[in-house]
Design a protein around this ligand. Structure first.
Ligand code: ADP
Length: 895
């Protein structure tokens, strides 16, 4: 209903009595009302419907439509039903009144109208209606408020449910505690992650429940930590906590929040980070291991991000170059700019080749400049991380400081060089010493032997002389052995393979040891196990040296029993395998060697076992033999039982050669002269003995020999006499043989003269140097006379006269006819002496046997002559047949 009528209310008066209408109109107008009138019921309905008066004064008794019907109609219409209606009627019956009220009338005024009463009733009902209207508005407002409240309650409920769902879904323990008392006010269902027993947590003190070992609240979440002095919350705080029972780790975040009751409380959210912690721990352990490994390896680390072109250089990387951790940028130039200029291109090429996958590894040794300016050696290694297209994205690697290693290598190489120089000096010294010692020793031994033949000396003096001789001979062996050992140590031992008759070679050795064993009273057996090659190629002298050393030891260390020498092939030559594998084995029944001593005996100067045996040797033989065997491609073996005996053996690959040449050499004619004009030979040697030996050798054969005692004299004499050949010693005081040769070669008329170096310096280098200086050939001292003659014949193309040694069969057949010879025993002793070239020993022994057996005079004379001419080899040939009671035959032939 429109309330604008309230200050000037509109009243509708419906009455079919004109006077009534007039009266009421005038009166009510005067009273301040706006008055509408209708003179019948129908009209009244129309006006009421259109104008909506605040009140209707309705007459009951009207024609056509009475007041009750009008009321009934208006009350039945929605827009008019609320208009209060006051009936005006003369009817005073109660039933009419009841009927009127039942139809919805507000009041009843009885006619005749009392105007004051009308006004009073109108006013009452208007104010009633106003109050009613106000009540209705109030009611509507109230209803709206109720609806709104219901809505917000519903929203609150939904929000709470959502909040709880989120809290429970958080997978984190959430709890709220009182700021001051630490009393637990709220926990979500995940609180069981934090504590085992989550029953009845509300109301308990949080730190007593969560940190059972603590005796006071946690310092980090005390009220001062999370609230400012002005009572405002600080920002969120966090810490990590490990549950002592479950060992699980939690990340706890907390902050002050307002609680439902308005106070500040502590909200905490704990997230389980055990797995992250374990991963971190594993990572840390890995990192620690890696760092330790790097530190252990002392290596620097670099990590090159190729996309950003940035490099991480580890502290150690920088330290190697003298920089601190904060120095140097992360640019690749820090590496490249410090490279030694000579290493830059190689380093770049290496990296590029690796990126292009041309090389499988990046690894390079470079020099890098240290902060102090010097260079350090670095081994740089790395591997790349490739993308799917095979492009390198990143490269990680290490730097190893090689400076110390390089310094050690340099020092080692210096030391090695120094050692080599020292070794060379030692070898040269030993070679010189042996050279120098031999000459005086020759004099000592020579005089000792001369004195031995002196019949005026008494037995005591003879004995003393014998001691001098034995000591001298021992010294001579020692010098040879020491020289061999020094050659081995300096790696300058060389083999000079020649072709020789193998069986003849073995027979010579057998003959020698047959005799030696007999002298010692033990048996010697040679066992020829298999068929053997006839002529082989090997270093005959060295092979003999090895076998003689083994057999000498066997005889020396055997007091009784036997020595067996076995030779056999374990593999004969074939079309596939031109070599024979020959096994040489020496067995004895001697003192044997203790097993713990076996490894020692091959070391130089090592002697084991009984002392008195040790006096009889140098301890060098086996060391030399073992080395020689190795040089020949074999291995020297030993098996021995103390007190029972020893077996030494070796297997060598020996090449068989066609036997023709060698067989001829057995019958090789011996040169006894030259026909035609005498060639002039100049002998240049500072040793008188050497000059006279060569002179004694060559003069009888028809050479004209000239002698010069040093290089200078040699050059002078050569210019004067224009010799056909010069035999030049190399080591001489003042001007040596090398210089003399060079000077001679400069003299035009001598530039083609034959010069043959003869030297006791038997090292290969000396031979090479002599050839470089201008010599045509080289002969080692002590020389074999045949070799000198052969060389002279070769270069001078001489007309030679030969004495040919008859074939063995001839010799055997005619031996007895020619000379009465020594017994096989005597022959063996002489043969042995001839093998070792002991001229004085031979002369001595000859005198001995001649004294006892005068029919040997002729034989003795012949041998003596050969001995005086140093024809040791021929002495051997002459004696050999008598080892088997067969004398020789000789005849002369001209070439
Ligand atoms: P040397 O015989 O001059 O002492 P070796 O080098 O030839 O030197 O031998 C070294 C050592 O090996 C000998 O001193 C000896 O102790 C031991 N030895 C070598 N051969 C035999 C052997 N056949 N029987 C027992 N001992 C041996």
């Amino acid at each position: 209903m429109d309330t604008t009528y309230s200050h000037q209310n509109t009243l509708l008066v419906v009455d079919d009595k004109h006077d009534n209408l007039k009266l009421l109109l005038a009166f009510l107008n005067t009273a301040g009302f706006n008055v509408l009138v209708a003179e019948n019921g129908q009209k009244g309905i129309e006006i009421a419907t259109l104008a909506h008066p605040d009140m209707i004064l309705l007459d009951v008794m009207m024609q056509n439509m009475d007041g009750f019907k009008v009321c009934q109609h208006l009350k039945s219409q929605a827009d008019t039903q609320d208009i209060p209606i006051i009936f005006m009627t003369a009817l005073t019956h109660l039933d009419d009144k009841v009927k009127g009220f039942k139809l919805g009338a507000a009041d009843y005024i009885t006619k005749p109208l009392q105007l004051e009463e009308v006004l009073a009733r109108v006013n009452v009902h208007l104010s009633l209606r106003q109050l009613q209207q106000q009540l209705s508005v109030q009611n509507q407002l109230l209803q709206k408020e109720v609806a709104e409240r219901q809505q917000s309650e519903q929203a609150l409920k939904t929000a709470h449910e959502r909040f709880i769902t989120i809290l429970e879904g958080l997978e984190a323990a959430v709890y709220v505690t009182d700021m001051q008392t630490y009393e637990i006010l709220f926990v979500n269902k995940h609180i069981d992650q934090l504590v085992n027993n989550n029953n009845e947590l509300l109301g308990k003190v949080c730190w007593q429940v969560f940190h059972r070992t603590q005796t006071s609240p946690c310092t980090f979440c005390s009220p001062n930590q999370i609230m400012t002095g002005k009572g405002q919350p600080t920002s969120a705080y966090h810490w990590e906590y490990q549950n002592p029972d479950t060992q699980r780790w939690f990340y706890i975040q907390g902050r002050a929040i307002r609680w439902i009751d308005g106070r500040w409380v502590r909200l905490e959210v704990a997230t389980d980070i055990t797995e992250r912690k374990q991963a971190e721990e594993a990572l840390r352990a890995n990192e620690e291991r890696f760092q330790l490994a790097m530190r252990g390896a002392n290596e620097g680390l670099w990590d090159w991000n190729l996309e950003k072109n940035e490099v991480y250089y580890s502290p150690r990387w920088k330290q190697i170059l003298g920089y601190g951790e904060q120095e140097l940028s992360s640019h690749p130039t820090e590496f490249f700019e410090r490279l030694h200029p000579d290493d830059i291109s190689q380093s770049r090429e290496n990296v590029t080749a690796y990126f292009e996958k041309k090389i499988p590894h990046y690894e390079i040794t470079v020099r890098m400049q240290h902060k102090q300016g010097h260079y350090v050696w670095i081994l740089s290694r790395g591997i790349a991380v490739w993308n799917e297209q095979g492009k390198a994205l990143r490269m990680v690697g290490t730097h190893m400081d090689l400076t110390a290693q390089k310094q050690t290598e340099d020092a080692l190489s210096q030391a090695k060089k120094a050692a080599e120089i020292a070794n060379r000096a030692k070898t040269a010294f030993l070679a010189n010493m042996s050279h120098e010692l031999r000459t005086p020793l020759n004099a000592i031994l020579g005089y000792a032997q001369l004195f031995k033949r002196d019949k005026t000396l008494n037995a005591k003096q003879q004995e003393s002389i014998a001691v001098i001789q034995r000591s001298g001979e021992y010294l001579l062996t020692l010098i040879s052995d020491v020289l061999d050992v020094s050659k081995i140590e300096a790696n300058r031992m060389e083999l000079f393979p020649v072709e020789f008759d193998f069986k003849h070679f073995i027979n010579e050795i057998n003959e020698l040891f047959l005799m030696r064993s007999k002298q010692k009273g033990i048996d010697f057996h040679y066992q020829f196990i298999t068929q053997l090659p006839t002529v082989i190629q090997a270093d005959e002298t060295r092979l003999r040296q090895i076998i003689i050393n083994l057999l000498s030891n066997a005889v020396k260390f055997t007091k009784q029993g036997e020595v067996i020498f076995k030779v056999g092939s374990t593999q004969a030559s074939s079309s596939h395998f031109p070599n024979w594998k020959i096994r040489f084995q020496v067995e004895d029944t001697g003192i044997g060697i203790a097993s713990e001593e076996l490894s020692k005996i091959f070391k130089p100067f090592q002697q084991v076992g009984e002392r008195n045996y040790q006096m009889q040797g140098t301890g060098l033989g086996l060391a030399i033999s073992q080395k020689l065997v190795e040089m020949m491609g074999g291995q020297l073996h030993v098996e021995s039982t103390l007190g029972e005996g020893s077996t030494f053996w070796m297997e060598l690959d020996l090449r068989e050669v066609s036997s023709k040449g060698q067989l001829e050499s057995i019958d090789k004619p011996v040169m006894i002269g030259i026909s035609g004009p005498s060639p002039k030979i100049l002998v240049v040697d500072d040793q008188g003995e050497n000059r006279s030996i060569l002179s004694h050798l060559l003069t009888p054969l028809g050479f004209e020999v000239f002698k010069a005692c040093d290089g200078e004299e040699g050059v002078e004499l050569a210019t004067q006499i224009q010799p056909a050949a010069i035999l030049m010693d190399l080591v001489m005081p003042e001007m040596d043989g090398f210089e003399a040769t060079r000077q001679i070669r400069k003299i035009p008329q001598l530039k083609d003269v034959v010069i043959i170096a003869i030297s006791a310096n038997v090292f290969e280098l000396d031979q090479q140097n002599s050839i470089k200086a201008g010599c045509d050939d080289f002969i080692a001292k002590p020389f074999q006379t045949e070799r000198v003659l052969e060389k002279l014949n070769q270069y001078l193309n001489l007309k030679t006269i030969y004495q040919r040694t008859a074939k063995k069969s001839d010799i055997q057949a005619q031996a007895d006819l020619s000379l009465t010879g020594p017994s096989p025993e005597q022959a063996a002793i002489l043969f042995d002496l001839s093998l070792i070239g002991d001229i004085e020993g031979i002369l001595d022994y000859l005198e001995n046997i001649e004294k006892n057996k005068s029919e040997l005079k002729q034989f003795v004379f012949k041998v003596k002559k050969l001995a005086e001419d140093f024809q040791v080899h021929q002495i051997g040939d002459l004696i050999k047949p008598y080892l088997q009671k067969n004398p020789p035959l000789s005849k002369e032939v001209e070439n």
